[in-house]
Write a protein that binds this ligand. Structure first.
Ligand code: G1P
Length: 289
């Protein structure tokens, strides 16, 4: 069986929910404490055994390339000033994986973004990670759990978690078939269903293991009324033909594409940082709410 070693990260969106911060800075570069959100996603992929990553860029995303590149001047400065800890951190970012870039010229949906990866992926199963979802699991990264699930089932895998009913309309929701432990057969993936028509509360959370047949399927998937081709529709076609599983992964998940989720992630990551924890706890306890 082909080992999964390639991952695709769509990062071409405008980040309108974070304007004005995202007018000139890509939303993927907004930091959680001191690390851009995109770096957390790349680290998850790398810790899951991924060696080659394609980031799908939009306009104004040059700083993403700079972030994962070597910065000779900065490294020389940190070395001269003996800031060894920073030097190590900065250098490691440029060595994490082979990172490639492609530019999506038109903002025509998640399906078209993934189609940009066709040449990079070739004929292998691969992972897709959305940058709006950050998943904390220091033992087994979310993507590793999904790769293991693919190795067991040889079917495409959707990383899923149950969400509260009142939030389910924000997600692709699974109409479940047979469930065994963490595996649920996907009968249908309903994109953003109305609250009174929820097929379940099992939501697809921006992590997928896909097979390369998705590219041909995407080329024949009709756009939605808004002109966008949605990855969900192509996933449905695969679920109908060869089958798909939703895998309920373990991990604390943050929706950093949403302001409240972003703030929650910032607070919880800061609380995990030994240097910040005590000061932050004291501050939070002292807040008069
Ligand atoms: C996308 C997907 C949706 C999925 C969600 C997870 O929606 O289309 O199926 O549940 O990501 O974060 P978006 O949030 O981009 O509208």
């Amino acid at each position: 069986m082909t080992k999964i070693r390639k991952a695709v990260i769509p990062a071409a969106g405008f980040g309108t929910r974070f304007l004005p911060a995202t007018k000139a800075i890509p939303k993927e570069m907004l930091p959680i404490v001191d690390t851009p959100t995109l770096q957390y996603v790349v680290e998850e992929a790398v810790k899951s055994g991924i060696t080659d990553i394609l980031i799908i860029l939009g306009k104004n995303k040059k700083c993403i390339e700079d972030h994962f590149d070597i910065s000779v001047e900065l490294e020389q400065l940190l070395s001269r000033t003996k800031k060894d800890e920073y030097l190590k951190q900065v250098h490691e970012i440029s060595q994490m994986a082979h990172i490639y870039y492609v530019r999506q010229k038109e903002m025509n949906g998640s399906g078209m973004a993934v189609l940009e990866a066709e040449a990079f992926v070739g004929n292998e199963p691969f992972a897709v990670l959305y940058g709006d979802d950050i998943i904390y699991n220091p033992q087994t990264p979310c993507l590793k759990q999904l790769i293991d699930a693919y190795d067991k089932t040889e079917k495409i895998i959707l990383g899923c978690q149950n969400v509260p009913e009142e939030e389910a309309s924000k997600y692709g929701i699974v109409r479940p078939g047979a469930t065994k432990g963490k595996y649920t057969e996907v009968i249908k993936l309903v994109e953003k269903p109305d609250r009174d028509k929820l097929p379940s509360t099992l939501a697809s959370i921006g992590r997928y293991i896909l097979t390369p047949d998705v590219f041909d399927i995407l080329k024949h998937t009709p756009p939605m009324p808004n002109g966008e081709v949605c990855l969900t529709d192509a996933i449905q076609t695969i679920a109908d033909s060869t089958g798909a599983y939703a895998y309920t992964f373990d991990g604390r998940r943050y929706d950093v594409g949403d302001k409240l989720g972003y703030i929650q992630a910032t607070i919880e990551y800061a609380l995990r940082d030994e240097k910040l924890k005590d000061g932050l706890v004291k501050y939070l306890k002292g807040l008069e709410l």
